[in-house]
Design a protein around this ligand. Sequence first.
Ligand code: IPE
Ligand code: IPE
Ligand code: MG
Length: 246
Amino acid sequence: MSLIESINTEKLPNHLAIIMDGNGRWAKQKGLLRSLGHENGTKSVKKTVEACAKLGIGNLTLYAFSTENWSRPKLEVDTLMKLLVHSLKKELKTLQKNNIRLNSIGNLSKLPSPILKELDEVIEKTKNNSRMTLTLALSYGSREELLNVVKIISDKVKNNIISVEDINESIINQHLYTRNLPDVDLLIRTSGEHRISNFLLWQIAYSELFFTEVLWPDFTEENLYEAIISYQKRERRFGKTSEQIK
Ligand code: IPE
Ligand code: IPE
Ligand code: MG
């Protein structure tokens, strides 16, 4: 039986998030420039996006560029930004064909204006698509996101728009970049690193985590299915006992 046949389509994660890591090491292993690792990484993005949409996953969030990634050598940052505009232009067709809506999270004001323009255009053109929401985390850092939430809520308290007593988890959720997304059910990280690297800290409080040694440019549909099958075998207890869940 092939892996895909082992997937229970009734029990898919509604929100899958992926830390796409290992492009640089993939290139290094092959004696190539890091930029070629990133270029090949975009092929895995395309495969994964299409596979998720076909399976029926409602929300896919990809960590494409972190707040901390701005500290990489300028040449690498520039390459990543160019690759991003190029992919957005190229993959609009793929998004339309698969009925996928594009969304983005992060401190987008830090992105170069051609990227922002392209991003806005693709978001606008795909806004009525309904099969899956693809969210790109760009210039995203969870601590920055939370800091921002604290500032906005404090300001609302100061201006008597809300009272301190009104602040609850739902209010915090409504002020996050992810306000329109459900909690993350499954988080995958490639490349053998076992860390979160400032990604969706609040949103993954009860996510299932899946780590794989596979470097992102080598990540295939089969690796995706493997992660989903592992997720489907787990019992999510949310603090309760096993008996309470059943
Ligand atoms: C992930 O691959 C892509 C980004 C972080 C933008 P890396 O570039 O981090 O690859 P490694 O971790 O150096 O192998
Ligand atoms: C996390 O990968 C960010 C993205 C995948 C975009 P990094 O390669 O930047 O993370 P660290 O530095 O290994 O923690
Ligand atoms: Mg890395």
